[in-house]
Design a protein around this ligand. Structure first.
Ligand SMILES: C[S@@+](CC[C@H](N)C(=O)[O-])C[C@H]1O[C@@H](n2cnc3c(N)ncnc32)[C@H](O)[C@@H]1O
Length: 272
């Protein structure tokens, strides 16, 4: 049987106030207590208007403090409040389950303890990227990966797909303790060299920052891959690398299917 106390994790989206679904707003309003992780003052005020009993969990962040410690503290705060019998809502910016370790951890721990815990999706930075850049990830496929993870581990990428590199402003940071993006140049240089193994130096890449206020435009900066090491990045920069070219047909597979390249061309001519 479920114990008293529950957790609902919601996402506030990227555009302040406007990205919140009606369901998310309802969850925030009806909770006994709302724990928030949103980056700006206006969002905090908006959430406090929906429910005055809010706790700002960004206060767990600290200078030179590993974000892993911070995320564990956040999860712990959620779990403890639910254990006290509260119906807790945790509101994270963007999608609450995308690059949001604490939300998944709290849900896992609470479920293991027999409490009700669930997540509702929200609009992530990648959702806005698709809309603002007009790139359909379904057309070529998409690889979406954290920039430092891509560097540290032996990962292969597919230059025929859209590549989305998150947290590019912290690329190369192994400490998880940087709280400002002033130290990324070395990592960015190494990342650029890695990408040059897959793309020509004049391939256009896009530094993307979705607007958080409806009045302002997004940052959409096209630069040649060779210029990437000189790029000015922020904590909200995401790098989008469009496909280099269309993937070549796999003639051996087509043959097994009794098809020719012309069959594929004819079938897809509608897509041109
Ligand atoms: C810890 S992740 C949080 C992602 C968030 N949960 C989401 O759903 O978008 C932080 C990274 O998300 C991306 N990001 C956050 N806000 C963004 C924005 N306004 N525009 C573009 N990318 C953004 C950046 O890559 C940033 O380094």
């Amino acid at each position: 049987m479920n114990k008293q106390g529950s957790l609902t994790v919601v996402g506030t989206g990227i555009k302040i106030a406007g990205d919140m679904t009606l369901n998310t707003q309802a969850q925030i309003k009806q909770a006994d207590i709302v724990f928030t992780v949103v980056p700006d003052k206006v969002s905090k005020q908006w959430l406090a208007k929906l429910n005055p009993n809010t706790v700002d969990m960004t206060e767990f962040y600290g200078s030179n403090k590993s974000r892993l410690i911070t995320y564990n503290e956040m999860a712990n705060a959620l779990v403890e409040s639910v254990k006290q019998g509260n119906n807790v809502c945790a509101a994270f910016y963007g999608h609450p389950g995308v690059f949001a370790y604490a939300s998944h951890l709290a849900i896992r721990q609470l479920k293991a303890l027999g409490y009700r815990a669930k997540m509702q999706p929200g609009i992530s930075a990648e959702d806005w990227l698709v809309a603002d850049l007009g790139i359909d990830p379904g057309k070529s496929g998409c690889i979406s990966i954290e920039a430092t993870q891509f560097l540290f581990y032996q990962r292969t990428i597919d230059p025929y797909s859209l590549l989305v590199l998150w947290q590019i402003g912290l690329v190369g940071d192994h400490t998880l303790a940087l709280d400002k993006t002033d130290n990324y140049q070395r990592g960015l240089k190494v990342l650029s060299n890695e990408l040059l193994k897959y793309y020509p130096s004049d391939h256009q890449v896009i530094i993307y920052e979705a607007a958080t206020l409806a009045l302002f435009p997004p940052r959409i900066e096209h630069i040649a891959l060779a210029q990437l090491p000189q790029a000015k990045l922020t904590a909200i920069s995401t790098l989008a690398i469009p496909p280099y070219q269309e993937a070549p047909l796999d003639l051996a597979v087509l043959k097994q299917l009794g098809l020719t390249p012309e069959d594929i061309d004819n079938a897809l001519s509608i897509d041109k």
